[in-house]
Ligand binder design. Structure first.
Ligand SMILES: C[S@@+](CC[C@H](N)C(=O)[O-])C[C@H]1O[C@@H](n2cnc3c(N)ncnc32)[C@H](O)[C@@H]1O
Length: 291
């Protein structure tokens, strides 16, 4: 242990059964999972290829473990271990990497002001029928609500939609294959961990796979600004028991071939010449109105 570690921090180390690895240098090869976290494109490729994702902040690490996800390892300054010791000890095989702030920052590429990181095993992606069977089984009344995200590119938007979906009673979220990853660390953080609570999966093939949703009795409505869309209030008045709401890419909106498969196209009327809402704001309006 390094000289800068207090008695309390030493007690925290002694309180967990996990292997403790003190990182004295940013070149330590054992810290590979935590390198270059600011390079979003690289991390997306690597994390998915290695079947992992990065949980950032002590609160998110706790929520990920509470959701039953399995850590590969934990990574933090000594002073954060005491607050997470109970979480860490639940996975005694997972090593805990500890280091001084500067060493950890040199590895990750940013200042870890939110406490801990954990490299997590990515849970197996559910099939669409598993998601639908799951929400059917959990159903508390006859109504089911599903959000659909097509090709969103911004992880902040994906995280914000999941947060709204969880808060506003949506039962599951479905994604097009190209949609940004809900388990990218920024999406997780913005969702406040809702990506761990909400059943979600990708629909293959896209958009033909949406037919399975329709076969399961869902009306699939697209949030769409184009000509011929009806006001959202009209859809609300129809009061469908099984409703899926599709939201489109931040720049291009829903693809034409997706729009052709929709049962309805609805719009949130805009005022003062504003042409559209941010997609996450649109999702919150639509989820709340149709809850
Ligand atoms: C920023 S908008 C995309 C704007 C794009 N230029 C278009 O024409 O669709 C992103 C997504 O948010 C949803 N959205 C935003 N404002 C909306 C509104 N007023 N009515 C319905 N959907 C809206 C749609 O699903 C849209 O695909």
């Amino acid at each position: 242990m390094s000289g800068g570690v207090s008695g309390l921090e030493r007690d925290a180390v002694a309180s967990v059964p996990n292997p403790i690895v003190v990182l004295d240098s940013a070149d330590d090869p054992r810290a590979t999972d935590y390198r270059s976290l600011t390079d979003a494109a690289l991390r997306r490729r690597q994390d998915i290829a290695h079947g992992m994702y990065m949980a950032e902040s002590s609160q998110v690490v706790r929520r990920a473990v509470d959701a039953g996800h399995r850590p590969r390892s934990f990574f933090m300054e000594h002073r954060h271990l005491a607050g997470l010791a109970d979480v860490v000890a639940r996975w005694p095989q997972a090593p805990v990497y500890l280091g001084e702030q500067q060493v950890l920052q040199d590895i990750t590429g940013f200042h870890l002001h939110r406490g801990a990181l954990a490299a997590m095993h990515r849970p197996a992606e559910l099939r669409l029928d598993e998601v639908l069977d799951g929400i059917d089984a959990d159903q508390k009344d006859a109504r089911l609500r599903v959000g659909i995200l097509e090709d969103l590119t911004d992880h902040t938007n994906v995280g914000a939609v999941f947060r709204s979906a969880a808060a506003l009673g949506v039962d599951a979220v479905l994604l097009s294959p190209a949609c940004a990853d809900p388990l990218y660390r920024r999406a997780i953080r913005v969702s406040m961990g809702a990506v761990f609570q909400m059943p979600w999966t990708r629909v293959h093939p896209w958009p033909d796979g949406l037919a399975s949703l329709q076969a399961a009795g869902f009306v699939v409505a697209g949030l769409s600004l184009g000509e011929g869309s009806v006001p959202l209030d009209d859809l609300v008045a129809q009061d469908h028991s099984r409703l899926a709401l599709a939201l489109g890419n931040e720049g291009d909106g829903l693809r034409e071939e997706t729009e052709r498969r929709l049962d309805a196209r609805v719009t949130i009327p805009m005022m003062r010449g504003v042409d559209s809402l941010n997609v996450a704001a649109a999702s919150a309006v639509a989820f709340y109105s149709t809850r």
